[in-house]
Every structure is written in structure tokens, then in C-alpha cells.
Design a protein around this ligand. Structure first.
Ligand code: PLP
Length: 388
């Protein structure tokens, strides 16, 4: 038996592991559980992408080590994609880095830019992997509350000046997991001035960049004037093309940060399997009809579920983006006791807000990752509990 390193034992506990154990116990009792607690897209990868992968796998050149720092054709495809979707021009060699999915990039970045004791500003509630990366860098986290009254955007003037002075890095994420909020141009402009004034590197996690509802495409941080001088954006193919299992994403933006990520990855990996890179390039370059269809599927599910909950008297709001809804828990419950009640009495799994940070308390997160019928069924089961 070997002891774990101090680093490993200091990493934040995986809150959702407990939830998974509770869910498995109910499933084992033979109950029909509707799991809205996770963030795993339920649709398959579009066929043309799978086909591209099958062809690429046959190419013996791809059986060797992929080039360090990724295939040039994928970085060029990324640049074409960003210009086409967002009007942002990127230099494929110096402003694009290939990642093993968004998660790897998000965890690497603090280690690339922070020294022990440096401060990183992290949204609360937020995606828990930001915490892991900051901890691995032995840096300090300062949370920026995301409150409903501020449209779930952080308020920079609320951050204490001594913290601002120490901060070197900031994570943002819109469309947001878990709140479903989207950013405005004005907010991103304010972010650029705040970051410039205080020499803070902005890491914008754009994992749900494709998922905006009511005809509104979410905006890229790099569309903001001056953003590339102080930040990067992390994009993943996991959600846009249902490729979560493929582990492919990229970072785009500020050259010095891209260089740092590449250098880190030179030590850690070689590069993603080239056949995956080839399929990813084709996903970015070919028709985006599959993305439109996916967004409209999520939008229909959102409408069905939110309407059904409103009808039973639960005061919930429709999220403008992402595939999550952020629902206030009724009086008398914490996010955890409410999630437990729904699991035990309705066999419906939701993620308690506290798992995303202190300011997530009072909410539960629901993923729109099952059919309209199952979402309706979940709402019917919740109705039968007469909580509203
Ligand atoms: N960022 C956010 C906000 C996410 O919700 C996720 C996935 O759930 C990721 C990043 C990471 O995605 P991946 O590592 O699959 O690219």
C-alpha cells in the first residue's frame, strides 16, 4: 500500500461521486430512474464525423506519433471555424493549441501561468474542474459570486482591491454551467478593461458556445475588442458535435498563453491521435446542419420541461443557453435535501447546487439530456409530490 501524494490528497473531493452512489443504490432496487443530474450528451456523434474517423483510422501515417503541438490541418480548420462563426481571425500556428478535451486545458492552464500562492478568480457556482487546476498549481482561489440579480455575471467592483491586486488569472464560462446564463457584449467589454487594468489573464470556457436558444448565437469572448491581448478561449467538440468520448478541444487567443500551453503539453503528451484530429477538422469544416438540429432539439426539450414545471406552480425560468436549467429549491429544503427527496420519492435525479460552490446553494441543476417524453414524465412525478 502506497500513500497518496500531498497534492493528490489536497484535491477537491468529487462531490458528484456521492450522488452517483446514491443513484446506483436506487437503480439496484429496480426503480425506473430519470437521471437529469449529469452533463453527458445523450445523442450520438453525427454520422459524417464517425465516417471521417473510420477512413482516417485506415491511414498508416496516423499510426505513428502525431506531430507535437497538433496537426497543422486541424489548427487551420479551427481558424476557419472561428472566422466563419464569430468573425475572429486567428493565426493557426501561434494562436491555436490542440487539447485533449476542454477539461485537460482548463486544468493545465493554472499550472502554466500561476506560481504557488498566486490568486485565481473563479466563478461560484461553477464547473468544479477550475478548482482542481488551481489546486494543482498550489495557487489560491477567490470566488466571484454569480447571483440571479446580476444575471449570473460576476460584479468586478464587488471584489476586494487587495484580492484584485493579487489576481493573475480568471475563469469565466458563458453559456454557463450550471446556471444556463449567457454573457452580453457589454459584460465582455467590462471584463477586458478590468483584466487589462489589473494584468489578469482571462480564460473563457466556451464549452457551450454552440448552444444558444431563441435564435441567439452565444458570443465568443474573442469578439470583444482587445480580448486577445489579455485572454484565451477554450472550445471543445464534446457538446457541439456530441463528441464527449473523443477527447478533443482547443484553446485560442493570446500567443503567450498558447505558447505556455504548448510547452506544458510537450512535457506531458505528444498529441491527440491524428485520426481524431482529422475527424475533428471535418466536423468544424463541413455542414453545420447537425449543430442546428441539436440546438433545436435542446430548445424543444427546454420548452416542454420548463412549461411543465411552471404549470405545477414551480417558479422556474427558461435558460437562454447551455443544456442546463437552474431551478430554485422550494422553502424548507437545502439543495441537497431537495435533490435527495426527488431521488427517493420521484426517482428523478437532479444535481444539488452546493456541488458547484457555496453560491450554488438554493438551486438544483437539471440537464436536458433525455427525451421530451422522459422530461414530461419527470415533471409529472414531481407534480405528484405536491411540493408547490
Ligand atoms: N467546461 C464546462 C463548463 C463543462 O461543463 C465541461 C463538460 O462538462 C467541460 C468544460 C469539459 O468538456 P470536455 O472535457 O469534454 O471538453
Amino acid at each position: 500500500h502506497f500513500e497518496q501524494s500531498q497534492l493528490l490528497s489536497s484535491l477537491p473531493k468529487q462531490f458528484f461521486a456521492t450522488l452517483v452512489a446514491k443513484v446506483n443504490a436506487i437503480v439496484e432496487q429496480g426503480h425506473d430512474v430519470i437521471n437529469l443530474g449529469q452533463g453527458n450528451p445523450d445523442q450520438p456523434t453525427p454520422e459524417h464525423i464517425v465516417k471521417a474517423m473510420k477512413t482516417a483510422v485506415e491511414n498508416p501515417i496516423y499510426h505513428k506519433y502525431s506531430p507535437f503541438r497538433g496537426q497543422a490541418f486541424l489548427k487551420e480548420a479551427v481558424a476557419t471555424f472561428y472566422e466563419r462563426e464569430y468573425g475572429v481571425k486567428l493565426d493557426p500556428t501561434s494562436e491555436v493549441a490542440i487539447l485533449f478535451g476542454g477539461k485537460a486545458g482548463l486544468v493545465e492552464i493554472p499550472q502554466c501561468l500561476l506560481n504557488p500562492g498566486d490568486v485565481a478568480l473563479v466563478p461560484d457556482p461553477g464547473y468544479p474542474d477550475y478548482w482542481s487546476g488551481v489546486e494543482m498549481a498550489r495557487a489560491k482561489m477567490e470566488f466571484m459570486p454569480l447571483k440571479k440579480e446580476n444575471e449570473f455575471l460576476p460584479v468586478y467592483t464587488d471584489i476586494r482591491q487587495d484580492i484584485v491586486d493579487e489576481a493573475k488569472l480568471m475563469f469565466l464560462n458563458y453559456p454557463n454551467n450550471p446556471t444556463g446564463a449567457t454573457a452580453t457584449e457589454a459584460f465582455f467589454e467590462e471584463t477586458v478593461s478590468f483584466a487589462k487594468e489589473n494584468s489578469i489573464c482571462v480564460v473563457h470556457d466556451f464549452a457551450y458556445g454552440a448552444v444558444g436558444f431563441d435564435g441567439k448565437q452565444p458570443i465568443s469572448f474573442l469578439q470583444t475588442e482587445g480580448a486577445i491581448d489579455i485572454g484565451i478561449e477554450i472550445y471543445t467538440l464534446s457538446k457541439t458535435y456530441n463528441m464527449a468520448g473523443w477527447r478533443i478541444g482547443f484553446a485560442v487567443g493570446n500567443k503567450s498563453v498558447i505558447e505556455a500551453i504548448n510547452l506544458f503539453q510537450d512535457h506531458m503528451f505528444v498529441s491527440v491521435f491524428s485520426a481524431v484530429q482529422e475527424a475533428a477538422a471535418q466536423a468544424l469544416l463541413s455542414s453545420q446542419d447537425c449543430v442546428k438540429e441539436l440546438v433545436s432539439l435542446y430548445e424543444k426539450r427546454r420548452n416542454v420541461f420548463i412549461n411543465a414545471l411552471q404549470e405545477i406552480g414551480w417558479k422556474v425560468e427558461a435558460p437562454p443557453g447551455s443544456f442546463f436549467a437552474w431551478l430554485p429549491v422550494p422553502n424548507g429544503f437545502t439543495s441537497e435535501t431537495f435533490a435527495d427527496t426527488l431521488l427517493e420519492k420521484a426517482h428523478v435525479v437532479v444535481a444539488p447546487g452546493i456541488g458547484f460552490g457555496e453560491f450554488g446553494e438554493g438551486y438544483v441543476r437539471v440537464g436536458l439530456l433525455t427525451s421530451e417524453e422522459r422530461l414530461q414524465e419527470a415533471a409529472d412525478r414531481i407534480k405528484a409530490l405536491n411540493l408547490f
